[in-house]
Design a protein around this ligand. Structure first.
Ligand SMILES: Cc1cc2nc3c(=O)[nH]c(=O)nc-3n(C[C@H](O)[C@H](O)[C@H](O)COP(=O)(O)OP(=O)(O)OC[C@H]3O[C@@H](n4cnc5c(N)ncnc54)[C@H](O)[C@@H]3O)c2cc1C
Length: 291
């Protein structure tokens, strides 16, 4: 349980971190909250020769609405999102997801940027960001680029980030008046990764019809998954119970769970159906102004 030795850097700016990444290449790893990387290093499943700690860089931790988007700094801790008044009041999908990530110890240290960059299909932020229609901002030697969340997860623990890029910000559409969201997670015990979890984000137009429906699925496939067919079934329709039920069945058909210690695949698939139905009901209720 003791990591291999490494050289430690503590840059004060993003360009400095990018420079170090470019210099040390694949032998270097960024450190954010350390709650995925450090356990891997202790188990010697990762043995980076160079650690580049982002924690001394000012201005990477924030939650603010600006220019029609919600901006989350990459170093924003799960607990800061969980306790943010803005998030609680206007972004229920994010508030729900933040509060079910592990336990307070993990939430106090783990960061949203680290979670997305780690790309664990069991990570709750991946599914929540797919549901919310997020974009990821990355800074590298060539400048800044924006990556839509749909192209971000390329494989299990693999993202579209280049080895010399730092994820600096996550952007979400600013909450509209008739928007609703929810994130529901089934876990074996409090603090565990999900057996399955489902995030929903949607908008009801003036006539009460579903628009901009996003459904993200957690830990039921090799990457965080979007239930695209389920979303299509809802778009342009009134959220009647029969429509929600059909969408939930579609989401279950779209996931790709494996048998493991959290249960057999067919059980997880059915839990996706149940969680999708419940999350859709809750998101609709919230969009109509309910709690
Ligand atoms: C006991 C335990 C239970 C957990 N349960 C859950 C759970 O239920 N749900 C859940 O979602 N998560 C869970 N986690 C994971 C936790 O949320 C982590 O905090 C998160 O996955 C990684 O964030 P971090 O800031 O700790 O990243 P780190 O561990 O510091 O880094 C993770 C990876 O991302 C890279 N990285 C970090 N920041 C950046 C950046 N800005 N740009 C580019 N690359 C970067 C690192 O190089 C590393 O490869 C759990 C962790 C533990 C230890």
């Amino acid at each position: 349980m003791i990591p291999a030795s490494f050289e430690y850097f503590s840059p004060r700016t993003v360009p400095e971190a990018v420079h170090l990444l470019a210099r040390y290449g694949p032998e270097a790893k960024l450190l954010a909250g350390g709650h995925s990387l450090v356990p891997l290093m202790k188990l010697r499943l990762a043995a980076p020769r160079y650690i580049i700690d982002l924690n001394r860089i000012d201005g990477l931790s924030y939650i603010r609405e600006e220019d029609g988007v919600l901006r989350l700094g990459a170093l924003t801790r799960h607990a800061e999102i969980e306790h943010s008044e803005l998030i609680r009041a206007r972004y229920p999908l994010l508030a729900d997801a933040a509060r079910v990530i592990s336990d307070p110890l993990v939430r106090n240290m783990g960061t949203i940027g680290g979670s997305l960059a780690h790309a664990d299909p069991a990570g709750d932020w991946g599914a929540a960001m797919l549901a919310a229609g997020a974009e990821v901002v990355a800074v590298g030697p060539g400048g800044t680029r924006t990556i839509p969340i749909d192209g971000f997860f390329e494989g299990t623990f693999v993202t579209a980030l280049r080895p010399d890029e730092v994820l600096t910000e996550i952007r979400l559409p600013r909450a509209a008046k008739d928007a609703g969201g929810a994130y529901l997670k089934l876990e074996r015990k409090v603090g565990d990764f999900a057996i399955a979890a489902v995030g929903v984000g949607l908008l009801l137009d003036g006539g009460g019809t579903c628009q901009q429906v996003g459904i993200g699925l957690c830990n039921v496939g090799p990457i965080s998954l979007r239930a695209a067919q389920a979303s299509r079934l809802l778009s342009g329709r009134k959220p009647e119970e029969s429509v929600l039920a059909r969408a939930a069945e579609a989401a279950a058909a779209e996931c790709d769970p494996a048998d493991d210690l959290r249960g057999p695949a067919d059980y997880k698939r059915d839990m996706v159906r149940v969680l999708t139905l419940r999350a859709l009901r809750l998101a609709v209720q919230r969009a109509r102004g309910g709690a």
